[in-house]
Design a protein around this ligand. Structure first.
Ligand SMILES: Cc1ncc(COP(=O)(O)O)c(C=O)c1O
Length: 365
């Protein structure tokens, strides 16, 4: 008996059926979050392998709270703390787990949790697990946050925002920092798509906005995007770190992150630090091209191109594939309106990127 036949039929009918596809490696990849193209740099792979080979074990072994905490984790944490001027760090298996750790653990009974309505699905899922008032505020609207904080009663307030929003590509409204500080609210900034992309050292929005981290600030960064690896890190105060280590179930009851992935990300970050000027310049060139050809300001490296329907998204994606380009076709419910999610990645040259953009403008749907 096919137990989910009706559900699957409905998904297919609405053009929302998802599949995993092994795409040709020859396609020009404008779909992935490997923003800087570090995933093709074999020297990083080799450096990570060589470094990890020096240790007796490369296994994550157990939870970090048992004996899975590895020297490689500790070295990485010290490095990201120094770079970002935070007191404490915790490595996590993935960004999804990091959001689950933070959002499931920090809001307690009597508190209020405020999430941007475009917050990532991992945070939204976690918000369903808390015994707290949960309010979704209008996208990137700091004044709405202020209004909610002024008119609600709560013990502690926890706010969740993203540095660069994963689908719209919008950059965080800087004013949220002032509001969080004024109300002494914990501010979680998910920098999945801004770390490695914005700021002088490409560290993310804290750096870009010149924010000195305070006790109430938390930065979450993922390693599976600009850093070309897998995993995540949480930056916070010692106090919040201690609390998370004792209450965040997704940290306590999960095996430690893969030491290889953490080392690979560490090598990626060192590479970025060394090459930051050229990388920043390359990012600017792509932002300028999007502005020139579509009149759109792209604060990071996410260019959403809106289409009329999910069907159109699929057909334009197919058409571009025939021409050798791969773009993301993102459909509801992930986004309210179907988009091509185009990532002008740095390892694809400007001329090729321009060819894709010209084609997109020409494609008739
Ligand atoms: C904004 C945001 N947060 C968190 C995640 C989850 O991170 P990860 O893929 O490392 O689990 C993603 C994407 O995957 C994301 O786009």
């Amino acid at each position: 008996m096919k137990m989910y036949e009706n559900e699957l039929k409905a998904i297919k009918k609405s053009n929302r059926f998802r599949e995993r596809v092994l795409y040709e490696e020859t396609l020009c990849d404008f779909a992935s979050n490997d923003y800087l193209g570090l995933g093709c740099k074999k020297q990083l792979l080799k450096r990570a392998f060589d470094r990890l080979s020096m240790f007796a074990t490369h296994a994550p072994k157990a939870s970090q709270m048992v004996n899975g905490y590895h020297q490689v984790h500790k070295d990485f944490e010290e490095f990201v703390c120094r770079q970002n001027h935070f007191e404490a760090a915790i490595v996590v298996g993935s960004g999804f787990l990091a959001n689950l750790s933070l959002i499931e653990a920090l809001p307690r009974r009597g508190d209020i949790l405020l999430l941007d309505e475009e917050y990532h699905a991992s945070g939204i899922l976690a918000s369903k697990l808390v015994d707290t008032q949960v309010v979704f505020f209008r996208h990137n609207d700091s004044l709405h946050v202020k209004e909610i904080l002024e008119t609600s009663t709560y013990k502690r307030a926890i706010i969740g925002v993203e540095g660069i929003y994963s689908m719209s590509g919008d950059i965080l409204d800087k004013e949220i920092f002032e509001i969080a500080d004024k109300f002494n609210a914990l501010l979680i900034v998910d920098e999945a798509h801004s770390s490695g992309v914005v700021g002088e050292k490409l560290l993310g929005v804290f750096e870009l906005f010149g924010i000195t981290p305070r006790e109430n600030h938390i930065k979450m960064g993922t390693l599976g995007k600009a850093y070309g690896s897998y995993g995540a890190y949480i930056l916070c105060s010692n106090h919040v770190r201690d609390f998370l280590q004792n209450r965040a179930k997704a940290l306590i009851y999960a095996t430690a992150p893969s030491p290889f992935d953490i080392e690979l990300a560490h090598q990626g970050m060192l590479y970025i630090l060394k090459n930051r000027d050229i990388l920043a310049q390359e990012i600017k060139q792509r932002q300028a091209l999007v502005k020139e050809m579509f009149g759109v300001d792209m604060p990071g490296l996410i260019f959403p191109y809106t289409l009329k329907s999910s069907k159109d998204a699929i057909s334009v994606q197919e058409r571009l594939k025939e021409e050798g380009f791969l773009v993301g076709a993102i459909r509801p419910p992930t986004v309210p309106q179907a988009i091509l999610r185009i990532i002008p990645r740095l390892d694809i040259d400007i001329a090729t990127t321009k060819r894709l953009f010209t084609l997109i403008k020409e494609v008739q749907v």
